[in-house]
Structures are given as structure tokens and as C-alpha cells.
Write a protein that binds this ligand. Structure first.
Ligand code: ZN
Length: 501
């Protein structure tokens, strides 16, 4: 289905037929639950929706035509990876905190504390997106195409992005998301008093005008029957926003039913600054609450140094936290007690790369870092309970992310009625740096199911700790194949078998 804009053909809404996928599916439908489904058949409609799941499907005992007949599909594609134990499907990653405009700065600025890092590296770069018209559009196209391509090919099927204060390049970013086939929340950064870097700020009136233009533009861009890109209200963080702006953004979110994202309690100096600027507010979270910015559709990034009272408020308001361990380590911000947030405070926690505070744009890397940081925290506190498990981290990267962006029933796991936003992982892909040995593989003839599941969990460990984007060989968004790295493999024995009845 083409978008309402004559110029954009959204890749994730191209025409597809009914497809049956057969193989191993791994997901975390709830916190603490890892489900490994071997020999599973998943049917996906031409709308990209899962309409059929058959676990433990045995071709000799069952008839997959049931799924096909139910949908009156005479022609369908059958994609079978069941014979290769090093390949498995996992839900697409959801990155809940990433600055698209900062992509050129990845790996730059080590050891610079947050406020200096913003002035020395971030604001000068973001300011280039506000240049004269043609120059800034070219600059933005180059940077934004690269970051979308990089995240998508690393398995991120949906992300909540910050762009810059500039509306034209933000609109261009939304168009590029559609062209590449990635779902996205598009956050024009709102900031009207940047005391330490006045070159990069907007007036309140400009912000109102820009936000209205972006909301209208994105409305026209989406396909008529689907929402693939959506604006998200983005006050950068309290220190650079006037009370007038914070108030208006809180109202704007309500009027248009739009989600909100911002930063909170990343760095102790930042917290002091907020205390000085908002002396009437008891703490950082209260600043946002006072301006009606805390709700179940709010994503709070970092949230490292929260007080007990703030944690209670965030839990009560049902906000989600975006945990960014790569960035928190790179710019020495601290170790967020995520396990406590999840299990004691019952706060929904998701994962964010926080490019470019975070140097890696892959959520797989963030999964790894979240576990390592939690181990360091446990060594410091002496509490074993602070350690995150692979299941916790995978949950945050998928279903926790889906909850954070307000799509818990649409994305994040394999369920009938959900969208097929999925990655195919291949541990023996071309150039893979993962080594597996035959005795480690959950082979078909292995009768003991418990042993087979344990072997699969070990393979997940290998993927997470020694794998990278080279193991993410195919990516589907909205049921459409948007990344395919298997084109070049000569011995791809398991590629599509097309059936026609
Ligand atoms: Zn950030």
C-alpha cells in the first residue's frame, strides 16, 4: 500500500502474499519467561500479521494446509529453516532511546562528563542540521540513511529516535524510515533555553510551529491503513526547556495522544542543575510530573540516580525506563539498578543504544552490556540479586521495548494477532565470529527435550556474548523482508521453497 505522499513507497507496506515460516522460534513473552519453540510453523498474512502458530509441528503427522485453507490462500510461500540448528527466529529489537543526529559521533568523547560532552561534541554536531536549506538536507540525508541502515541491519525493527530542533530534516528522517522499512517514533528535539550553547536553541514560537508541521507531515506520510512512523513529544531534558514549553508539550501530548520521551537523572551534576533551576520541585521526576509529562506513554532515558520517592512515582505513573548501559559506562554516568526497577518497583524497563553517548548502535551489544554492568553493580553492592539474566535482557530488548512504545499487543513476541517484526539469527553465517561444535547443537534426532532446550539456551549465550550483526541475516518488518544478507551465500540450502496449489 503506497503512502499518502506521492513520493514515498514504504518498504514495510509493499505487496506480499501469505507466508508460512517453519523453524525454531525464541522469545520472552513475559518477564522471566523464555520460550523456545522447536519445529514451529508460523503463518503470516498479507498484512504482515501472525494469524497462525503451530508448535511442535511434525510434517508426517500434521497438514500445514490447515493454515492455508483457513485463509483461502491457494498460493503461499513456505520458508523452512527447521533443518539447520544454528538458525533461529527472534523478535525484532526495539531501541527505545537513540539520537539519530549524533550517529557521526559514535566512539568520540570518552570520559567527558555529560554536560561537557553536550557542549563540546553534541550541540555543535546537531547544529549542523539547522544550516541553510539545501546544505542541511544533504547533510541530514547522509547521516540519517546511515544510522537507519546500521540499526536495521543489526535487527532493530523499531526505534524511538531523537533528531534535532530542525523540522525540515526531521520530516526527511521520517521519510527515510519509511523508505528503508523500519518502524520509528520521530522526536524533534524541543529546547528553548540552552544557556551554555546559545547557537543551538529555538524560540517557544518556533517550537510550536515546528511541532505542528511535523505532526501534519507524518500524518500524510503513513500508508492509509497503517502507522509506521509516528511523532513523539521530545523535551530534550528539563535544564534546556522553559516551564512554558514543558507545559505546552504536556498539553500537546494529550491533545494528539502522542507519547513522550526525555532524559532523567543521568548524571549527578545534571541533577544538581535541575535542583537549582526548579527549586520549587522536590526532585527531577517532580519537574516532569508538574508539567503533565509523566504517563504510561512516557519513556525516561537513563534514570540512573533515582531516589526511592522518584521510583515510586515512576512506577505509579506507569512510565517506562530506557536503560542505556553502553552510554552510561562510556561517559561514566553510573550503574542503574535495573534488576530492582524490574522486580521490586515493578517498573517497565526497555533498552536504548543512546547513540552517540553509546558507541554501539546494535541492541545485541546493549543486551551484553546490560548484563556486564549489572554484574559490576552486584560486585560493588555484594547483592547477587542485582545481576540481570539473559532472559531479563532479551525481554527488555523486545517485549519490554514494545510496552515502552505503547505496542505491547502488536510487537515484541510471537503471538497470533501481532505483527511479524522478526530477525533470523544464523550462528554459522558468512563471516560469523561465533564458533559452535556439533555436540552443542540441539539436533533433530535428540529425543530429550530438556537437554535440547538447554542446548538452545547455551546457543543464545553464544549469540549474545560472541555474536554481532553478522549473525542477523534477515530482518522482516510488518511481515516484509527489509534486510536480506543471504543473497550472497552460495550454500544457502534453506531458502524459500515456493508452493503453489
Ligand atoms: Zn540521550
Amino acid at each position: 500500500m503506497p503512502s499518502n505522499s506521492p513520493l514515498i513507497e514504504p518498504k514495510a507496506s509493499s505487496s506480499i502474499g501469505y507466508t508460512l515460516y517453519y523453524g525454531t522460534f525464541v522469545h520472552t513473552p513475559t518477564l522471566e519467561e523464555l520460550e523456545i519453540c522447536f519445529n514451529t510453523l508460523v503463518g503470516v498474512t498479507s498484512d504482515g500479521e501472525i494469524d497462525y502458530i503451530h508448535k511442535n509441528y511434525k510434517p508426517e503427522e500434521h497438514d500445514y494446509m490447515t493454515a492455508v485453507h483457513r485463509n483461502r490462500n491457494r498460493h503461499f510461500d513456505f520458508i523452512d529453516y527447521s533443518q539447520d540448528p544454528t538458525k533461529f527466529f527472534v523478535p525484532g529489537f526495539i531501541d527505545t532511546h537513540i539520537h539519530a543526529s549524533q550517529f557521526p559521533n559514535v566512539g568520540i568523547g570518552l570520559d567527558c562528563p555529560l554536560l561537557d560532552w553536550l557542549n563540546d561534541y553534541t550541540f555543535p554536531l546537531e547544529n549542523q542540521f539547522t544550516d541553510s536549506n539545501e546544505k542541511k538536507l544533504q547533510f541530514a540525508k547522509n547521516v540519517y540513511s546511515k544510522v537507519i541502515n546500521k540499526t536495521l541491519t543489526s535487527g532493530t525493527t523499531c526505534a524511538s529516535y531523537f533528531t534535532t530542533i530542525d523540522p525540515q530534516t526531521t520530516n526527511l528522517f521520517a521519510e527515510l524510515l519509511l523508505e528503508h522499512g523500519q518502524r520509528g517514533f520521530v522526536g524533534k528535539v524541543c529546547m528553548d533555553h540552552n544557556d551554555t550553547y546559545h547557537d543551538y536553541e529555538e524560540s517557544f514560537e518556533d517550537c510550536v510551529h515546528s511541532m505542528n508541521s511535523i505532526i501534519n507531515h507524518l500524518d500524510k506520510l503513513n500508508p492509509s491503513d497503517d502507522t509506521l512512523v509516528k511523532p513523539i513529544i521530545t523535551p530534550r531534558f528539563a535544564p534546556v526547556c522553559s516551564r512554558k514549553m514543558l507545559n505546552w508539550l504536556g498539553k500537546l501530548s494529550k491533545t494528539h495522544s502522542l507519547p513522550i520521551q526525555t532524559h532523567i537523572s543521568e548524571n549527578t551534576k545534571e541533577i544538581e542543575l535541575v535542583r537549582d533551576m526548579f527549586p520549587d520541585c522536590e526532585d527531577y521526576a517532580t519537574v516532569y510530573d508538574k508539567h503533565n509529562l509523566l504517563s504510561s506513554s512516557t519513556i525516561l532515558a537513563h534514570a540512573i540516580h533515582l531516589t526511592k520517592k522518584e521510583r515510586k512515582m515512576i512506577s505509579k505513573k506507569e512510565c517506562s525506563i530506557s536503560h542505556c548501559p553502553t552510554s552510561n559506562t562510556f561517559i561514566s554516568s553510573g550503574e542503574a539498578p535495573v534488576k530492582q526497577y524490574l522486580y521490586q518497583d515493578k517498573i517497565n524497563v526497555s533498552l536504548g543504544t543512546d547513540v552517540s553517548g553509546g558507541f554501539d548502535s546494535s541492541i545485541l551489544a546493549v543486551i551484553k552490556h546490560s548484563i556486564l554492568v549489572s554484574h559490576h553493580l552486584a560486585m560493588k553492592t555484594g547483592r547477587q540479586g542485582d545481576k540481570l539474566s539473559i532472559i531479563d535482557a532479551l525481554y527488555m530488548a523486545t517485549q519490554g521495548g514494545a510496552k515502552a512504545i505503547g505496542m505491547p499487543d502488536v510487537l515484541g513476541s510471537f503471538e497470533v494477532g501481532k505483527k511479524f517484526d522478526v530477525q533470523l539469527i544464523d550462528l554459522s553465517s558468512k563471516d560469523s565470529i561465533v564458533d559452535t561444535f556439533e555436540w552443542q547443537l540441539p539436533l533433530e534426532e535428540e529425543a530429550n527435550q530438556r537437554k535440547k532446550s538447554k542446548q538452545m539456551q547455551d546457543l543464545l549465550g553464544k549469540w549474545i556474548f560472541s555474536g554481532d550483526d553478522r549473525n542477523c541475516v534477515k530482518v522482516w518488518c510488518n511481515g516484509r523482508l527489509v534486510v536480506n544478507k543471504m543473497h550472497y551465500q552460495r550454500d544457502d540450502r534453506w531458502v524459500m521453497v515456493e508452493k503453489d496449489f
